[in-house]
Design a protein. Structure first.
Length: 103
């Protein structure tokens, strides 16, 4: 697969290869949307019938009840206690990556 064409004057995406990636990403988005619809339906049904777990040879579906999560408001803490914040903040490198986005 040669997605990017390089020459002395320009850099360009190969139309055929980029179209293939676009189609894959569209399928992925459609599948994710369909799965979210299925999950919403399952959630409603499992709550209505008080079902905690369903499983067969292909799937295990587990109901996860609503819960609470403790979070830390670092933005507010930083503005109110910048001196302490700077003592504890860590800056770590992130690996290079490529982001693909549908138009």
């Amino acid at each position: 697969m040669e997605l990017v064409k390089l020459n002395e004057q320009a850099v360009a995406l190969d139309s055929e290869e980029s179209r293939y990636i676009y189609e894959l990403m569209e399928k992925q988005r459609d599948i994710e949307e369909e799965l979210e619809t299925i999950k919403a339906s399952l959630l409603t049904m499992m709550e209505k019938h008080n079902i905690k777990k369903l499983e067969n040879e292909w799937l295990t579906i587990t109901y996860v009840a609503e819960t609470y999560r403790e979070t830390f408001n670092s933005k507010a803490f930083r503005s109110e206690h910048e001196d302490i914040y700077n003592d504890y903040v860590e800056i770590k490198p992130l690996k290079a990556s490529v982001r693909l986005k549908l138009k």
